[in-house]
Ligand binder design. Sequence first.
Ligand code: ZN
Length: 432
Amino acid sequence: MFWNEKAECMTKQEKEKVQLERLQQTVKTAYENIDFYKNMFDEIGLKPEDIKTLKDIEKIPFTTKDDLRAAYPFGLLAVPREEIVEIHASSGTTGKPSVTGYTQNDLDIWGECIARGLKMAGAEKNDIIQNAYGYGLFTGGFGIHHGGNKLGAITVPISAGNTARQLSTMIDFQSDILTCTPSYAMYLGESRQKAGISLDEINLKAGIHGAEMWTDEMRKRIEKSLGIKTYNIYGLTEVMGPGVAQECEMQNGMHIQDDHFYPEIIDSQTGETLEPGQHGELVITSLTKTGMPILRFRTKDLTSIIDEKCECGRTTVRMTRITGRSDDMLKIKGVMVFPSQIEKALLKIEGISPNYLIHVTRPDILDEVEIKVEASKELFSDEIRKMEKVEKQISSAIKSETGLRVDVTICEPESLPRSEGKAVRVIDEREL
Ligand code: ZN
């Protein structure tokens, strides 16, 4: 049931002892080997020895994505180049990407974290993992791959895309586990139905999905369309990749592998540390990374921590589903809106697909928002008056979720662009 019971079920005292020892070691390594951290500490007169308790971590300034970009490509490595065995990088859609270097030890730990998650999803050694995350600089494909190898399962590196082949592989190999982004899982589910493949022909039992924000409503649709139980996974290139946290069978928050990653939640405006249960920005410190240790990295992801023992028996703290990023929040007509809120509202409406596009413009001085959303075939072929009624329903669901009045347009089924990687949900054409 557990991959590593000793690590996943420690008592609070045991864990805090392990975390403190590892934190002190990480801080020392970072200070002695990375100029960026030496300068950061020296500037405020902080010494590695000043970290005497876990709480002392708050004395360390934050590391941001901009710091990583400024060190592009290899400025934050803590070891000589010959010890690095793999490199990954974030997409870099805005500015330079951030690059992460892994030692063999880092890859072993990455595999360990993923193996814990695969086990949470019920994976066994003789299971076939259809790994439809992209292989490449993006961490999704290789991260799952390292974990599949660690577990000793059979990993099929099919990568993202080529939907017809994904479906035939599912049938021919009788794959047990599907790993991919949630939007691609949904697309595969839709494609299965469209191709007339019955659930009896496939053998999937679980899906591990992450790398983009998704909601419980979307989970229900994926589970139904593929006949699986789904597990939310979390991670980020700057820290490691997927596997920093994952849901267990309780589907009630993602277990953070907190013997390897120390989580904090802060108020993203003031930087002040918040308590478990309070909602804010996740900050992560790596506790065992050797290639590129990272201290108090601001993830920009908004969540909260659950510090209670889980019914599954694990004692690692959990984080709740990401509700948005502090930087993908849209400010429309002065109101703060997250795409997740729109999605939540849409999925409450019968006959509406969770494929949507938020289009924001400012034709004159006021913001205008149009939400385009796909209808089911049945709804779309109904009379115009019924569609108008549904548009009003959607508009009022969004109003109650966000406080914002928006225009809603129902589009033909499958008319909005589909994604094989991360879904694009927002087009913001305002010049701000
Ligand atoms: Zn659990």
